[in-house]
Ligand binder design. Structure first.
Ligand code: FAD
Length: 332
């Protein structure tokens, strides 16, 4: 492991000051991504700034019913927060489908948003990877690409965005508060993660800034929600394909609908066309299968991951069916 300077910040201003003038500086929160990648020699921060003492650990209900979540709230605390369980069940389900309880106890909201891909070529400094080393090529395109993306990839990168939490945020809608040397700004979560295109090393909209909070859109009510995650093992494993569904029904006709995917795309993926197709339809298997087919119409398989397309189709149909069932049960 390469040596790095270490600083502990006790305020947001101090954290930004420690980071200033150090392009490879990195904040550390739970450390569950950063420390692995430093040990693997994938991330090489010259300075690591511990932000755990910052006052960013509260969940606050705003006057307009939005929830403002501090960037240091742990994944466990968020998943079990009473307001999240009551108003945003998809977020709770998605977080609890991820990692293990030990990892979730350490992992934070800010770190989860910023976690890096699990592509094995990205995590191996001897492999070609445009994301890690711009211009070096992409061994995943011709190598073993079973885990890789079928949506949103480019001829430079097909690495999957690994987060479960971000799939739920894509459905719910959220604003990220980013604090930088010139003050605070807000970015819609849908615009935060970038598609790889020709610049896969540019993964998100964060500049020389700290994520200080995530504010969820007001809850949709009444609502049924379900997160279905399909993976190689039942726990402690990333998604091969996941789908989150949020539905409201009126006499069994679909009103509000949200359909994001995980495990199959290069960023948290929202299926807008499939959502539009569902609006006003009867909530039955035929409609869910039609939506799933549309959601995956542009999927482009690589040599080893064509199986992800029928897998994601199953995840979508099950998530929509379970969300509709949850809504009906809630209604009775
Ligand atoms: C064994 C294992 C299994 C896992 N399985 C899953 C899974 O199934 N699903 C899933 O979604 N995730 C999974 N994860 C990933 C886990 O969710 C992330 O590692 C975690 O959310 C990262 O949060 P952290 O606080 O530990 O981040 P850190 O490791 O501290 O930081 C990660 C990155 O975020 C940056 N960062 C942290 N906080 C901020 C901030 N406030 N502002 C700006 N930058 C910041 C850091 O500089 C660093 O680059 C798994 C991880 C492990 C180790």
């Amino acid at each position: 492991m390469r040596p790095f300077a270490f600083a502990r910040a006790d305020s947001v201003e101090r954290a930004l000051e420690c980071r200033r003038g150090e392009p490879t500086g990195a904040f550390v929160a739970g450390g569950t991504t950063l420390l692995d990648l430093v040990k693997l020699d994938v991330m090489r921060p010259a300075r690591v700034i511990d932000i755990n003492a910052l006052p960013l650990k509260d969940v606050e209900r705003l006057h307009d019913d939005r929830l403002r979540i501090g960037a240091l709230v742990t994944n466990t605390d968020l998943a079990y927060h009473p307001d999240v369980l009551a108003d945003h069940p998809l977020l709770s389900q998605a977080i609890l489908a991820g990692a293990s309880s030990q990892v979730r106890n350490m992992a934070t909201v800010g770190g989860n948003l910023m976690q890096r891909t699990r592509c094995p070529y990205f995590r191996d400094p001897t492999a070609a990877c445009n994301k890690r080393e711009p211009g070096s090529g992409c061994d995943a395109l011709t190598g073993v690409n079973r885990m890789h993306a079928v949506l949103g990839g480019s001829d430079r990168c097909v690495a999957v965005h690994p987060s479960d939490m971000c799939v739920a945020l894509a459905a719910i809608g959220a604003t990220l508060s980013l604090q930088g040397p010139n003050g605070e700004r807000e970015v819609d979560v849908a615009d935060f993660h970038r598609l790889p295109g020709a610049t896969p090393h540019l993964e998100h909209e964060l500049g020389d800034e700290l994520i200080v909070a995530v504010t969820l859109a007001p809850p949709l009510k009444p609502l049924g929600a379900a997160y279905v995650k399909l993976r190689d093992r039942a726990s402690y494993e990333f998604a091969l394909a996941s789908a989150g569904a949020m539905l409201s029904l009126d006499e069994d006709l679909i009103g509000e609908q949200r359909l994001p995917l995980g495990g199959v795309a290069t960023k948290p993926w929202r299926c807008h066309a499939a959502e539009a197709l569902l609006a006003g339809k009867r909530a039955d298997t035929a409609a869910f299968e039609e939506a799933a087919d549309l959601a995956l119409a542009d999927a482009a398989p690589l040599a080893h991951n064509a199986f992800k397309i029928p897998l994601a189709r199953q995840a979508i149909v099950r998530a929509l069916r379970d969300a509709a069932r949850a809504h009906r049960e809630d209604d009775t």
